[in-house]
Design a protein. Structure first.
Length: 756
């Protein structure tokens, strides 16, 4: 797939720079932070989806040895503020609106004492009616969750995760359980659908899915009561966003809040500051450090899973397989706070394929459940399941090869997305071409249980800065402000090593906090490599310039005659005339009146994103008597631009594909009619185990991004997008049964096979 440029280090797989720390247990997580005088915080969570808090009796809890304080909403500096999202929630004030909403916080010198304190709390509730499903919430007779109007947040998820614009607002702004209604359209979709020679229709349902990270949410907040300074040690994907939000909620300047990002034990879009405001407010209230670490059940109850979606889709085409019309309605269950995914979902749903007539209506619904949140390529697995299932059925109806149908209609650079913006440089046709040539697809036979699906992600971008310096021992230190949740530091090392001509072992990444680290966007939306690697490259090039300029004077040679190799400055054609970069740095620092230390600064602000596309081929075996689906082989083909570190890229692809298997076959948070979570542990919430996963093969298609550093594209989000759809198409091929809901558990598949 495209030959790599002749780099020394880039494009060659290299191990993770923090792998030894993690496998030996030396990595420090937020839950490992211990500070003098620190108190353990344990939240009391609402047992009701909707209720009035009539009384909180804290006497018995406060009497437990070790309990220092029991805080309610009125005890916090955030009292009186109406939260607009889960990220701005501290403690419920008067009313709870979802099962798992924090109501009180017990602080104790020992975790066990805090847990005993929560058990001893006497909280009286008056249960209230309210809808817990989108169907109930859309009933005109349903109680309105926010009678005064849904709270407005300051964060646009679409902007945070992908560089796309929003659609036309069709919301009736009277108070209702619909917090947003939008339409994305071009042409006359209804007319074209009526005139289509072939039409495929289906309603596709997906469940609420938890991100499934191993490390629950954890944070420690330390307070300097004299200077009113806060330091927050947290498991987060975006330290600067957490800093700004905590400062805003507590009425502080951002400069009064320092966020120290700790090692993240999995995030996948979920770790953007859920506990940080509560821990910070509690620390200010008592004047002592506070640590809050959720247990697994608490994490399931009070965090932000991916929303359930219902997508009704109609595809119209000519008899030769040319798409003419796409009409869809997307209904998202967003929980109790507004959370807008419809923009990105519509952008993808109406953008994978060229279609002149598109109409997508989005209804974002509020229910008495925890607020929905981002999960790796948020919204993409849902719409990909719908459109790729429909495309598969269309191919069967037209008696066309499913890959040929996709290639015939695949969007290319400049074609409109679902929001009618043109696609930037993208490689959907390239991954389809690679799929067509893969033996698993090329040698398949009818009914062999092989399915194909494509998927994609626009990818985000954000300004970023980096600083590079050379120490006198030759160590190159690169300072960044990005959080490494996916191995990006292992790629940054190679960028600096390549430009400076030093072995990667000689490069160290220094990840700073919000006080010491250069600015970078959040680690989400597949934007960090694309944005920060460019800043690292710019800083390294500035250092290279300084080294060569200084060495030319020291070696009495022309700059054009020098080269950097193996940590040494060489004069071309003059063996033995070398200087180590450490020696250059030493002389620069010691020379009075000289240039001073070797330090370079780099900045980037990309103006165009670089979408990533995939084609996944899956082979399954289906037991018709039980409905059990066993994935056998999984080929994940992805346009990666240029893989800075192929080993890390392949790891991302394997991990995302495994999560796609979870979406497709196993995972769902189930709530009863009262809003009680029925799957609040890993005993009830099923994740795929190693034995449940197929053999993965990653195929890297190199389609360099015009504006990406060395041609790189973001690679983290796309691998999850196509998994559930490819599995559904494989099941259809094996059994003849089309599945319209996720997850496709045994019973669901058995019922589809037996048409019951």
């Amino acid at each position: 797939m495209t030959t790599s440029p002749p780099y020394h280090y880039l494009g060659k797989g290299r191990k993770s720079v923090d792998g030894i720390e993690k496998v030996t247990g030396r990595a420090r997580y937020a839950g490992d932070v211990n500070l003098p005088g620190m108190l353990h915080g344990k939240p009391a969570l609402s047992p009701y989806a909707h209720a009035r808090i009539t009384q909180i009796d804290t006497a018995a809890a406060r009497a437990i040895p070790g309990v220092v304080a029991v805080l309610t909403a009125t005890d916090l500096p955030t009292r009186g503020r109406q939260p607009s999202s889960r990220q701005t929630t501290t403690l419920a004030d008067g009313v709870v609106r979802y099962r798992g909403e924090p109501v009180a916080l017990v602080l104790a010198t020992r975790l066990a004492a805090a847990e005993d304190g929560v058990a001893a709390l006497q909280i009286d509730y008056e249960p209230l009616p309210g809808p817990v499903t989108p169907e109930a919430a859309l009933d005109p007779k349903a109680p309105v969750i926010w009678p005064q109007g849904a709270p407005k947040g300051d964060t646009d998820l679409t902007a945070a995760h992908a560089a796309v614009s929003r659609g036309d607002d069709h919301t009736d702004h009277k108070a209702s359980n619909i917090h947003e209604r939008k339409q994305f359209s071009r042409g006359d979709a209804m007319y074209a659908l009526a005139a289509a020679e072939v039409v495929v229709t289906g309603t596709y349902r997906t469940s609420i899915v938890h991100q499934g990270y191993l490390e629950p949410h954890a944070v420690v907040a330390d307070v300097d009561p004299v200077r009113k300074q806060l330091t927050i040690y947290t498991s987060t994907q975006g330290q600067f966003g957490v800093r700004d939000e905590v400062a805003r909620l507590l009425g502080l300047r951002p400069g009064q809040v320092t966020v120290v990002p700790m090692t993240v034990g999995g995030g996948f879009g979920a770790k953007y500051g859920i506990l940080d405001p509560l821990a910070a407010a509690a620390a200010l209230a008592v004047g002592r450090p506070v640590r809050i670490v959720l247990d697994r059940s608490e994490d399931f109850l009070t965090t932000t899973p991916s929303p359930a979606s219902t997508i009704t889709l109609q595809l119209g085409a000519t008899r030769d397989g040319t798409l003419t019309s796409l009409v869809a309605e997307i209904v998202n269950d967003n929980g109790v706070y507004p959370f807008t995914l419809g923009g990105i979902m519509s952008t993808l749903l109406g953008g994978y394929y060229r279609c002149p007539n598109v109409q997508i209506d989005v209804i974002e619904v509020l229910t008495h459940k925890p607020q929905a949140g981002a999960y790796r390529a948020p919204g993409a697995p849902q719409i990909t399941f719908a459109i790729e299932s429909a495309m598969d059925e269309l191919a069967r109806k037209l008696d066309l090869d499913p890959l040929e149908l996709r290639m015939r209609n695949a969007a290319t650079t400049g074609d409109p997305m679902g929001n009618n913006d043109p696609w930037p440089s993208m490689g959907l046709t390239k991954v389809l071409a690679a799929a067509a040539n893969h033996p698993l697809w090329r040698e398949r036979t009818p009914g062999s249980g092989i399915g194909l699906a494509i998927g994609g992600w626009p990818c985000g971008m954000s300004p970023a800065a980096a600083v590079c310096r050379v120490d006198t021992d030759g160590t190159v230190r690169v300072h960044v402000g990005a959080v490494d949740i996916s191995g990006v530091n292992s790629s940054f090392v190679l960028v600096a090593a390549e430009i400076l001509g030093v072995p990667p072992e000689q490069v160290e990444i220094v990840a700073g906090d919000t006080r010491s680290g250069p600015f970078a966007g959040p680690s989400g939306g597949s934007q960090i490599t694309y944005s920060v690697a460019g800043a690292v490259a710019a800083a390294a090039r500035e250092v290279r310039r300084q080294i060569l300029e200084l060495a030319a004077d020291m070696l009495e040679a022309r700059i054009d005659d020098l080269e950097l190799r193996d940590g040494l400055v060489h004069i071309r054609g003059v063996p033995g005339r070398t200087l180590s970069i450490g020696e250059v740095a030493r002389r620069a620092e010691e020379h009075a009146g000289g240039p001073g230390p070797i330090v370079g600064e780099g900045r980037t602000a990309p103006i165009e994103n670089a979408p990533g596309f995939v084609a996944h081929i899956v082979q399954v075996e289906v037991d018709r008597e039980t409905g059990r689906v066993k994935p056998l082989r999984y080929v994940a083909i992805q346009d990666v631009g240029f893989p800075l570190n192929p080993l890390m890229v392949e790891g991302q692809i394997h991990g995302g594909a495994a999560q796609g298997v979870g979406w497709g076959l196993y995972e769902a948070l189930r709530y009863d009619e009262r809003g009680e979570l029925l799957t609040a542990s890993f005993m009830d919430y099923t994740l795929p185990r190693a034995a449940d996963l197929p053999t993965f093969e990653a195929v890297l298609v190199q389609n360099p991004a015009p504006n990406g550093p060395f041609g790189a594209r973001g690679v983290g989000e796309p691998p999850i997008t196509a998994g559930a759809a490819a599995l559904a198409n494989a099941i259809r091929d094996a059994t003849g049964a089309r599945i319209y809901e996720l997850p496709m558990r045994d019973e669901v598949v058995w019922r589809a096979i037996n048409n019951v």
